[in-house]
Design a protein around this ligand. Structure first.
Ligand code: A3D
Length: 320
């Protein structure tokens, strides 16, 4: 059987890291696409030359032609611009929307059967626009944010508690922005919910609140440190986790920006929700019940995402 084909649209910081991880994990052959001539070709060759030492079998190539992504099983989209210090994700909307149009049409014409994972910001609006421009089925187009936001939350919690990250689960809902909703009640250490751990004296509510805020600001913290771009190692790892779930039909329960129509009281929109990812793409959206306070936070996040989608419609009339 031929190896799966993974198309990476955008060969910048995240795109290059995605290619490296996909090769190391032997998830399939990798095609890097970018408008910057030489960048995808150079990264593909550099990673391919690490193959003999690393011992992986995968072919890697770089291109400026969408024809070369033909038949891709997975497309991961990072094309566009990242933010710089002082910028919010929403500041990227106008420029990245235009990029989503060309990428969506490229995928529509050359890889219509792919499972598409969008990473470009502002995430929830961009994945919606990418789906509109590509016309692919909703369950085959999703966005990566929740896996990363949850991983950040898990990292901070494991460090605070002095336990293995493997035993910490975390749950982050809503849009990928300042209004994201880390849910304490559904986050645990080996099944013990965070509010119980506060009651057991493992941490204080004040420390926990600080960790939740740090999770919300996790992207900005890295942007502030790097100064020239945004996070790329953890975002790439998170998207690879989702791609692997699809390619290996793992039925992983992962939070991601998925199309929700009916669950959580939502009607036809993309936002961060818990999902099951398997060979069918987004096979299920898990319809969790929220408390009044959680619902209020989720509602304000949903409102922020809807505002960005309306802004997209204002910029590109074909979306209206
Ligand atoms: P960067 O290293 O600048 O790479 C972006 C690449 O896109 C560059 O190589 C560009 O040449 C290329 N590009 C620009 N326009 C096009 C086009 N029309 N077609 C094809 N390629 C194009 O950025 P990055 O890799 O650090 O980040 C990529 C995106 O991911 C940005 O929008 C970030 O904001 C976003 N991001 C999202 C998360 C989430 O958790 C959702 C986290 C981190 C970054």
């Amino acid at each position: 059987m031929a190896r799966p084909k993974i198309a990476l649209i955008g060969a910048g910081q995240i795109g290059g890291t995605l290619a490296h991880l996909a090769a190391l994990k032997e998830l399939g052959d990798v095609v890097l696409f970018d408008i910057a001539e030489g960048t995808p070709e150079g990264k593909a060759l550099d990673i391919a030359e690490s193959g003999p030492s690393e011992g992986f079998d995968a072919s890697l190539s770089g291109t400026q032609s969408y024809a070369d992504i033909a038949g891709a099983d997975v497309c991961i989209v990072t094309a566009g611009v990242p933010r710089k210090p002082g910028m919010s994700r929403d500041d990227l909307l106008g420029i990245n929307l235009k990029v989503m149009k060309s990428v969506g049409e490229g995928i529509r014409d050359h890889a219509p059967n792919a499972f598409v994972i969008c990473i470009t910001n502002p995430l929830d609006a961009m994945v919606w626009a990418l789906r509109e421009f590509s016309g692919l089925p909703h369950e085959k187009v999703c966005g990566m944010a929740g896996v990363l936001d949850s991983a950040r939350f898990r990292h901070f919690l494991a460090t605070e508690f002095g336990v293995s990250m493997k035993d910490v689960t975390a749950f982050v809902l809503g849009g990928h922005g300042d209004t994201m909703v880390p849910l304490s009640r559904y986050s645990t250490v080996a099944g013990i919910p965070l509010p119980d751990l506060v009651a057991m004296g493992w941490t204080t509510q004040e420390t926990l609140d600080g960790i939740i805020q740090r999770t919300r600001d996790g992207g900005a913290e890295i942007v502030g440190l790097l100064k020239t771009g945004s996070a790329f190692y953890a975002p790439a790892t998170s998207a690879i986790e989702m791609a692997e779930a699809y390619l290996k039909d793992q039925k992983r329960v992962l939070p991601c920006a998925a199309y929700v129509d009916g669950a959580l009281g939502l009607k036809g929109m993309y936002v961060g929700v818990p999902t099951v990812i398997g060979a069918g793409g987004i096979e299920k959206v898990i319809d969790i019940k929220m408390t009044k306070d959680e619902q209020a936070m989720f509602d304000s996040s949903v409102k922020a995402v809807k505002g960005l989608v309306e802004a997209c419609k204002g910029i590109d009339s074909s979306l209206a």
